[in-house]
Design a protein around this ligand. Sequence first.
Ligand SMILES: Cc1cc2nc3c(=O)[nH]c(=O)nc-3n(C[C@H](O)[C@H](O)[C@H](O)COP(=O)(O)OP(=O)(O)OC[C@H]3O[C@@H](n4cnc5c(N)ncnc54)[C@H](O)[C@@H]3O)c2cc1C
Length: 461
Amino acid sequence: MIKNSLVRELEGLIGQTNVLIDEVDLYSYAYDAAVEKPVSPDIVLTPEKTDDLGKIISLLNEEKIPTIIRGAGTNLSGGTIPIKKGAVIVTTKLNRILEINCNDMYAVVEPGVVTAKFASVVDKNGLFYPPDPASQNVSTLGGNVSENAGGLRGLKYGVTKDYVMGMEFYDTMGNLIKTGSKTVKCATGLNLSALMVGSEGTLGVINKIILKLIPKPTFSKAMMVTYNDMLNASESVSAIISNKILPATLEFLDNFTIRAVEDYCKIGLPIDAATILLIEVDGNYEEAVEDEARKVMAICEKLNGSVKIANNIEEKNKLWEARRVALAALSRVKPTVILEDATVKRSVIPEMVKLVIDVSKKYNVLIGTFGHAGDGNLHPTILTDRRDSEEMKRVSKAIDEIFLKTIELDGTLSGEHGIGIAKSKYFKAEVGLSTVDFSNRLKQTFDPNNILNADKFLKVI
Ligand SMILES: Cc1cc2nc3c(=O)[nH]c(=O)nc-3n(C[C@H](O)[C@H](O)[C@H](O)COP(=O)(O)OP(=O)(O)OC[C@H]3O[C@@H](n4cnc5c(N)ncnc54)[C@H](O)[C@@H]3O)c2cc1C
């Protein structure tokens, strides 16, 4: 419970309308996009000035109030569920783009800026911000940094961590910590930005981010390749990359997902195909892009792929629609969707996809798989009904088997969605006990009262 005196103090600081304590309002912050049990917080704070973040966190820390920092709440790992109740600080009103510097190619933003809005403003300035999570129309840059979000362009352009040049954050005592710089190089002090990226709101409250921008590619060519054998598709992915071609995007859909998409939006997908690859190459020289596209085509055809090139923007949009709607299409099949994030080396994608199919049969659960084939980041998507407790037990066993196999194959629990509570039980299996202990000791140093997103994947005893 939050003391009345603290509520009054917070209202005095950020205004009464930015302090929510009514049960109905609080329930909106009880869950996120993960399939986990909702828990309502005791209080929600929606500050309008970044300076207030430091004052708020130090007040909450003095009273040892469990605290969650929340952007848009789209994370898929339970990272914003207030399992210990307490306070939720929402950053969506901290949404100013403070600077776009076209000469030095960087931007400075507040944490609540919506990803797609930022990318579009950058685009209007003739530059490019590549990280493009599928949730970009709602997700915030603070959330992207804290989850190290990726997207379709990860293979060629990297993920959020590759664009963070520096940041400011508040520690739990309310001290402002500055790390990194607006310069291309910076070797001053510890690289605390790197520690904050992917820290899932456990170490500090991000207040400002300096993001790298790059020149915009001018030409692109997209294609869809259909395969009757998953192995051929996977071999094509390896062959494209070993031929020194890095497509901007290299996505795949399995047969279950192809059927779900076609059923949803009737765009003429080959419903009997084992797999389709969606590939786009880009660059600044038309001839070079055409040349890469020809090479990709030849590689895929040699491996029994049937290639369909998008000849104009309409055809290209239609082709990408298949990937964009994949999750929505699968979501229509059953009421509950669990989007997983197992990531393996590209060379073992066929083994992993086969395991997912076997697990699906063994536990009699529906699983469609799509994802970023170019970086081995698979999204096995389990379609179920959380009200069916018997089925949920089978789902849980299926997920266990998928993650344990991922680790066995030298893969990783998360390519882009983070650990949160959803995957904390497997954390030790991947990194080992000493790494868990070391991470917990770091947490203890940053947050001695253990208030920030406590008892998720980091635990202070
Ligand atoms: C339909 C759908 C598609 C998705 N597609 C992708 C995808 O393609 N790629 C991908 O990587 N992810 C994807 N996601 C997951 C999710 O959108 C990302 O993790 C995103 O980065 C979360 O942003 P958010 O603003 O919603 O953050 P939230 O969910 O609000 O928070 C995420 C984490 O960041 C912390 N946090 C937020 N702001 C701050 C701050 N200012 N300071 C400190 N900590 C903070 C929170 O405590 C929490 O632990 C998808 C989710 C959905 C629902």
